[in-house]
Design a protein around this ligand. Structure first.
Ligand SMILES: NC(=O)c1ccc[n+]([C@@H]2O[C@H](COP(=O)([O-])OP(=O)(O)OC[C@H]3O[C@@H](n4cnc5c(N)ncnc54)[C@H](O)[C@@H]3O)[C@@H](O)[C@H]2O)c1
Ligand SMILES: O=C(O)C1=N[C@H](C(=O)O)CCC1
Length: 269
């Protein structure tokens, strides 16, 4: 593959847990070329100096406008926080750069408004709450199971540095389940919480519980209860490498899309 055929990628959030893992993945991928990184400090630094990884090209920008106007960029991969992620996504659209957004915290209304802009520009991109293939399969299996088991509870478990709750994955799972599940308020009609929050968050009558503990990375269990039976679907990300197959696949696939896709499941074969 010649250099010209490489996909030119910018990573936003390079010093973070996911951003740094993404940069390591790009460094090992001959079809991807890291052209720059967006950080909120270290303007002008070499990425390899910032991360202490040798053999990386590209510099750090604190201003995304400067980066997109000075560099030739195909794809922006963003793992930051909801505020920065939304700002960066909008800039990507403005400059015609294809966004691959892993940052969680996007509402359906926001996704729809970005999609409309991208449809007008015929620009490809993806927002995916979870890039781990196993997590995406649990979402799909949960959607199948919810048709037969309307009584379901989601327990998502993450590391204690996670800022948002519930996780984007849990919300997306509940949204998919709501497509096949008869709406139902679970639990006893007259149940009362004697401690606020004991029954978790309410999504369409389903409950979502968020666990935050050191030692965890990203895990989710979906429990379905029926007459005399319990079905449990569980996925564990034991390492952030688990997300990289999906991130790499998304960075390649957005090159052939002309719309914004929400969820990795929508671009998997
Ligand atoms: N889609 C997925 O598969 C997936 C997987 C893991 C995490 N996530 C999500 O990705 C996001 C990041 O997670 P993390 O664990 O890497 O968090 P993190 O806190 O380790 O990293 C976030 C990084 O973004 C940087 N940052 C903040 N503002 C910035 C800005 N304006 N410009 C550039 N960089 C900025 C921070 O300095 C930090 O280094 C979260 O929203 C998380 O929920 C998604
Ligand atoms: O580490 C995180 O933060 C994660 N967030 C995603 C979410 O909010 O669903 C999932 C993967 C890990």
């Amino acid at each position: 593959m010649t250099e010209k055929e490489q996909i030119r990628v910018v990573v936003s959030g390079p010093r973070g847990r996911m951003g740094s893992e993404t940069i390591r993945m790009i460094a090992q991928s001959p079809d991807l070329d890291l052209v720059a990184a967006i950080d909120h400090g270290h303007d002008g630094a070499r990425i390899e100096d910032l991360l202490g990884i040798t053999g990386l090209s590209g510099q750090v920008y604190t201003e995304i406008d400067a980066c997109f106007s000075q560099e030739d960029v195909d794809v922006l991969i963003d793992f930051t926080n909801p505020e920065a992620g939304k700002r960066n996504l909008q800039k990507a659209i403005d400059y015609g750069v294809r966004p691959v957004i892993g940052t969680s915290g996007f509402s359906n209304e926001e996704v729809e408004s970005y999609k409309q802009q991208m449809d007008e520009k015929k620009l490809g991109g993806i927002i995916a709450p979870n890039f781990a293939i196993g997590a995406v399969l649990v979402m799909k299996f949960s959607q199948m199971a919810a048709k037969y088991f309307p009584d379901a509870e989601i327990i998502e478990l993450h590391h204690d540095k996670k800022k948002d709750a519930p996780s984007g994955t849990a919300i997306k799972t509940a949204e998919l389940m709501a497509k096949s599940r008869q709406p139902k308020k679970q639990g006893a009609e007259d149940e009362k919480e004697t401690l606020v929050g004991a029954r978790g968050a309410d999504f369409d009558g389903m409950r979502i519980h968020s666990v935050r503990l050191p030692g965890l990375i990203a895990h989710q269990e979906v429990l379905f209860g029926g007459k005399g039976e319990l079905l449990t679907l569980r996925h564990d990300s034991m390492d952030r490498a688990s997300f990289m197959t999906g991130v790499h696949y998304a960075a390649k696939t957005v090159m052939d899309l002309d719309t914004l896709v929400y969820g990795l499941e929508n671009i998997l074969d």
